[in-house]
Design a protein around this ligand. Structure first.
Ligand code: CO
Length: 500
C-alpha cells in the first residue's frame, strides 16, 4: 500500500465514525417519532444533544483536516476518491467558519424562535412570533457574511441545502413559474371542475395500510432493508443504505393522504437504498442535495403515481379493497380526481401545480428579508397580498397564512426552494426516462416498475455526490435544469383532465 492509500484509508475510517454517530442519532430520532413513550421525551432530547456534540467534535478534529489537506494535494487518487476528499474538505472548511460563540447563539435563538412560533400559532397571532423571528433573521444575515458568497447573500443559505445553487438561477425559474403557470392555473379554474367527493368516505385503516405496503413493494422498496411505521408527519430516514425506513399517516376519512405519502416517501427511500453501501459515510455514498432527493420522491409521487398507467394496474386492487366506496367510480374519474387543481391556503395540502406558488411566495419573502428590503413586521401584509395576487385567495388568519410552516422558526432559510427544484428536476428526469426506456408506460401499466428503478439507480442513485446537481442534470439530460419540462408535462396532463 502506498502512503496515500494508507492516508485515504485512515480518512475513510475517521469519516465513517462520524457517520456512525450521526446514524445513531437518526435511530433515536426515528424512535422519537414512532414509538417513544410520553415520559421518555426529556431524557431523549438530552441523549440526542450529547451525541450531536460528539459528532460535531469528531467531524472538526484537526486530524481530519490534516488528512484532507495532504490528500487534497495528491495526484494519484482515483476520480471517486478525489471527489470524496474534495467534498469532505469543503464541508470541513465550512464547519471551521463557525465560531463556538456563533453556534451557541444560533442554537439559543433557534429554540426561542421555535417556542415562540408554537405559541403564536396556537394563539393565531403573528405578533407573538415577531420579536424572535427578528433575532433569527438578524443571525441568518450574519451567517451569510460568515459563510461568504459570490453573488448574493441568500446563496450562502441555499448552499446548505442545495450546494452550488444560485439565487440568480432561482429568479429565472420562478419568473417562468410566474409568467407561465399562473395563467395556466387560471385557465384551469375557468373550466368545469373535477369531482372527488367519494374520496372523503370512511376507509378501513387496516386495508389502507395493506394497500400502502403493496404499493411500496411494487415500486421495488426492499423490506429486508427497511420497514414502514406510523407517525404524525410522514418521513424517510436512513441508517445506511441497508436500513432505510419510511413512515406514513392514515386518515380513516381520506384515502389520498396515505396513498401519496407512501409513494412520496417510497421515492425518497428508493434513493437512499440505491446509494453505494461500500461508500457508507463518504460523500459518494450520500444523497446529493435536498432538491435531488425531492426529485426522487416527486417523480414517483406525481409523474408515476398520478398517471393513468399507474392506476390502470392499481385501481382494480383498490376497488377490490374498498368495493362499497368505489364501486360507482370509474378509473377515468378516479384518475381525474387524484389530479384536481385548486388554489388553497395551506402549502402541504396543495396540488402539484399551485404548490409552486406557495414556494414562490416563501422564496420572495425570504430573499427580501435577507436582502434587508423588507422587515419581519412586513411579513403578514406581504404574505396576504401575494396569496391574493398568485392564488386569488384571501388569507383569513395568520395561522392559515404566514404561521403555517415550521421552517423559519427552525432557521431553515433557503430550504423552501428545494421543494420546487425537486418537481422541476423530476419532470426533466422523467422526460428523459421515457426517451431512454423502451415502452416505459407500458411497463408501468403492467405493474412492472423495475425498468424505471433500474434507470434511476444507474443514472442517479449510484453516484451519490460524485456530480453536483447541475452536472448530474447535464449528464442525464444533456442540459441544465429548465422549467420547460415541468410546464410541458403540466400542459399535456391537465389539458386532457380539464378539457382545455
Ligand atoms: Co419529500
Amino acid at each position: 500500500m502506498t502512503t496515500e492509500q494508507t492516508l485515504y484509508k485512515t480518512f475513510k475510517s475517521k469519516i465513517q465514525e462520524v457517520a456512525d454517530v450521526n446514524h445513531a442519532i437518526a435511530v433515536l430520532n426515528w424512535d422519537q417519532e414512532t414509538y417513544l413513550p410520553q415520559k421518555g421525551a426529556k431524557i431523549r432530547a438530552q441523549q440526542i444533544s450529547t451525541l450531536a456534540g460528539i459528532a460535531h467534535t469528531l467531524s472538526i478534529a484537526p486530524e481530519i483536516g490534516d488528512l484532507l489537506n495532504k490528500l487534497g494535494k495528491s495526484e494519484t487518487l482515483s476520480d471517486w476518491d478525489r471527489i470524496n476528499v474534495k467534498e469532505s474538505l469543503r464541508e470541513y472548511e465550512k464547519k471551521q467558519k463557525y465560531s463556538k460563540e456563533f453556534v451557541v447563539k444560533l442554537s439559543a435563538v433557534t429554540s426561542e424562535c421555535y417556542q415562540a412560533w408554537m405559541k403564536a400559532r396556537s394563539a393565531n397571532d403573528f405578533q407573538i412570533f415577531r420579536p424572535s423571528l427578528e433575532k433569527m433573521v438578524a443571525i441568518k444575515r450574519e451567517e451569510c457574511e460568515l459563510l461568504g458568497y459570490e453573488e448574493h447573500p441568500y446563496d450562502a443559505l441555499l448552499d446548505q441545502y442545495e450546494p452550488g445553487a444560485k439565487t440568480s438561477e432561482l429568479n429565472v425559474l420562478f419568473s417562468d413559474v410566474h409568467s407561465q403557470l399562473v395563467d395556466f392555473v387560471k385557465e384551469i379554474s375557468e373550466q368545469e371542475q373535477v369531482k372527488d367527493s367519494w374520496m372523503y368516505q370512511a376507509f378501513n385503516k387496516d386495508s389502507q395500510w395493506k394497500f400502502g405496503l403493496e404499493l411500496l413493494e411494487q415500486m421495488g422498496y426492499d423490506f429486508k432493508a427497511g420497514r414502514q411505521d406510523i407517525s404524525e408527519h410522514p418521513f424517510t430516514t436512513s441508517f445506511g443504505s441497508s436500513d432505510v425506513r419510511v413512515t406514513t399517516r392514515i386518515n380513516p376519512n381520506n384515502l389520498y393522504e396515505m396513498i401519496w405519502s407512501c409513494i412520496h416517501e417510497g421515492g425518497h427511500a428508493l434513493y437512499e437504498q440505491g446509494l453505494k453501501s461500500e461508500d457508507y459515510g463518504l460523500p459518494t455514498g450520500m444523497y446529493l442535495s435536498l432538491g435531488i432527493h425531492e426529485s426522487q420522491s416527486r417523480l414517483w409521487e406525481n409523474n408515476v403515481g398520478r398517471s393513468l398507467p399507474y392506476w390502470q394496474v392499481n385501481y382494480p386492487r383498490l376497488q377490490q379493497l374498498f368495493s362499497e366506496q368505489l364501486k360507482q367510480v370509474s378509473l377515468e374519474d378516479f384518475y381525474k380526481s387524484v389530479n384536481i387543481v385548486k388554489p388553497s391556503l395551506i402549502r402541504t395540502n396543495a396540488d402539484e401545480l399551485t404548490y409552486h406558488f406557495h414556494i414562490m411566495i416563501r422564496f420572495e419573502i425570504e430573499k427580501a428579508l435577507i436582502e434587508g428590503k423588507i422587515t419581519v413586521a412586513d411579513i403578514p401584509t406581504i404574505w396576504n397580498e401575494k396569496y391574493k395576487e398568485y392564488l386569488n385567495l384571501d388569507v383569513p388568519s395568520d395561522k392559515q397564512g404566514c404561521l403555517q410552516d415550521i421552517h423559519w422558526s427552525h432557521g431553515s432559510f433557503g430550504y423552501f426552494p428545494t421543494y420546487s427544484l425537486g418537481s422541476f428536476y423530476a419532470a426533466q428526469f422523467y422526460h428523459q426516462a421515457v426517451k431512454d426506456i423502451d415502452s416505459l408506460e407500458k411497463h408501468i401499466e403492467n405493474g412492472n416498475m423495475q425498468p424505471l428503478l433500474d434507470w434511476l439507480r444507474k443514472n442517479i442513485h449510484q453516484y451519490g455526490r460524485f456530480f453536483n446537481a447541475d452536472e448530474l442534470c447535464q449528464h442525464i439530460t444533456g442540459e441544465s435544469l429548465s422549467f420547460k419540462y415541468f410546464m410541458n408535462y403540466a400542459k399535456t396532463k391537465y389539458k386532457y383532465i380539464y378539457n382545455i
